[in-house]
Design a protein around this ligand. Sequence first.
Ligand code: DAK
Length: 258
Amino acid sequence: MNYENIVTNIQGNVALVTLNRPEALNALSTPLTIELDDALGGFGQDGNIGAIVITGNEKAFAAGADIKEMANKSFVDCYMSNFITETWECVTQSRKPVIAAVAGFALGGGCELAMMCDFIIAANTAKFGQPEISLGIIPGAGGTQRLTRFIGKSKAMDMCLTGRMMDAEEAERAGLVSRIVSPESLIEESLKIAQTIADKSRPSTIMVKEAVNRAYETTLSEGIRYERRLFYSLFATEDQKEGMSAFAEKRPPRWQHR
Ligand code: DAK
């Protein structure tokens, strides 16, 4: 597929996906989400890729779903076409770690897209928000659910009811963002972090994702039981033998990803 709304690059074992509709602050139009879905699907299949970074530009990660595209839709249009639902699941369905590298606005669907990633690295210019209330709607791609899990009920209610924006420092304090970096180093730092992840054994990387994500979906005792099963299963991999031998022999591990 030829991409018109995103740009993809591969650096080392990391795929960088840049949202590329600067004239609309990277508003997430249907064509853009189709391209994102296609790109992430391809990187998921590519054995060379160990991690993915999604970013925007200096002014915006993404200012939301495309309001102009949505404006005239009716309930039946949205409901019967399952409006943009399928392509939006591409990030959460990726088995490879996906990092959101956010500078500028991450609003509405843009904030939701960032929250679908495994974690968020923010430039100190980042601004997060769920301003849908000001358009007469509510978040529709998980904003009320994921934001509440990230930052708790009080702040999530505040954000979703007032539509206010949160800066990077507040977002880090609240647990939405894992690290803050300078705008100039955002891509370089994010790629470096992604390469660190890509350098690990892939089976354990995928299992970390599965285990951490399970924490959001089950009870503590079930989650711990699930983690324990995954932990035991890794002793069936060549990489567990290699990792522990390499430690004892004081050398870097040579992962086979098996
Ligand atoms: N959609 C379309 N165009 C947008 C846009 C958006 N979300 N955000 C900005 N733009 C366009 C502007 O219309 C403008 O275009 P021109 O007028 O130049 O043609 C251009 O980008 C530059 O924007 P501004 O001139 O407004 O720039 P400013 O710096 O003055 O303001 C701003 C920046 C971010 C504060 C402002 O642009 C703004 O408030 N934007 C809208 C933010 C917003 O309300 N976002 C939430 C959208 S609703 C779902 C999945 C997702 C969703 C729903 C369902 N399903 C899976 C079912 C998501 C919904 C949403 O995100």
